[in-house]
Write a protein of this length. Structure first.
Length: 142
């Protein structure tokens, strides 16, 4: 609604820049640019689909939720390494827990399970996926 102000909080996992655009100017941009309007519609549709998937995923076991989160991070940020794909985003167990809506102790157990099965190697705030194929198989069970 015009004239209303909303406040949101975000946490960036990597260095970034942001831009604030007043609603009136953004609406004008959408009105004069069908390409921008279509792109926004696509992004909003994808976000709705992702929200639906996240709602369903809450009922999956933690290992499956973690596998899916790791695959998403690998797709977006992964770097080839001699032993697999390293996720260069430094995440603590607490931050991983927040990603999949679990406790830190649940994440610790899930990471331990994935390590025991040879799917990942971990270090201080570093995860390397050593078996992408097997991790995808696990993620598909949800």
């Amino acid at each position: 609604m015009a004239g209303q102000h909303y406040s949101e909080s975000i946490t960036a996992l990597v260095s970034c820049a942001s831009l604030t655009v007043p609603a009136v100017r953004f609406a004008a941009l959408l009105a004069r640019s069908p390409a921008v309007s279509n792109a926004l519609s696509y992004v909003m549709l994808r976000r709705a689909q992702m929200a639906d998937e996240l709602a369903k995923a809450r009922y999956y076991p933690p290992e499956i939720r973690l596998a899916r989160a790791l695959l998403d991070l690998a797709d977006r940020h992964g770097v080839r390494a001699p032993d697999g794909i390293t996720i260069p985003v430094e995440l603590s167990q607490e931050e991983l827990a927040g990603l999949i809506e679990a406790s830190r102790s649940t994440i610790a157990r899930a990471l331990s399970s994935l390590r025991e099965h040879g799917l990942i190697h971990t270090g201080y705030r570093r995860i390397t996926i050593t078996s992408l194929k097997q991790l995808r198989v696990l993620a598909a069970f949800g």
